[in-house]
Design a protein. Structure first.
Length: 149
């Protein structure tokens, strides 16, 4: 690995660690799995991370991150693929579907979706998850208020 590739990789890894720290623990336990979920404005991402994941950095752009972890006794669990469908509703009852896309990094699997936000926007997220191989879907909820000024 040359020095430039090493530095680029190091910057991306540090950015992802910082990104995960921003995603304070929000999770929902379901039978056999934990759904981790959080939302933030994309200006929290480093420019390198945003570019690597094709995200638009902006204080007026929100991002939802969802991962599904299968319970494995004696471990922190195993990331699994899932069908993830998300609807967000604001205080006025306006609903928007948030398209989610899968990201894979080594053993990590997560789903991200972007949406517009304004200062003081409060969104109620309904996250429907069907883990691969499961015979039913489960719902997690998240409420997030966005401050952009």
């Amino acid at each position: 690995m040359n020095k430039r590739t090493f530095l680029t990789t190091a910057v991306l890894l540090i950015g992802m660690v910082m990104f995960q720290a921003v995603l304070a623990e929000n999770s929902t336990q379901i039978p056999g799995y934990t759904i981790h979920h959080n939302a933030l404005t994309t200006d929290f991402l480093t420019p390198q991370v945003a570019k690597a994941y094709k995200l638009q950095r902006s204080k007026n752009r929100g991002m939802l991150n969802v991962s599904v972890i299968k319970d494995v006794p004696g471990t922190t669990g195993k990331a699994v693929t899932a069908k993830v469908r998300v609807k967000a509703t604001d205080l006025l009852g306006k609903t928007q579907v948030i398209p989610m896309r899968e990201i894979r990094e080594g053993d990590a699997i997560y789903y991200i979706g972007e949406f517009p936000v304004a200062n003081g926007t409060k969104l109620y997220f309904d996250i429907e998850v069907t883990p691969e191989g499961a015979d039913r879907s489960y719902t997690a909820t998240l409420t997030q208020e966005f401050f952009v000024d």
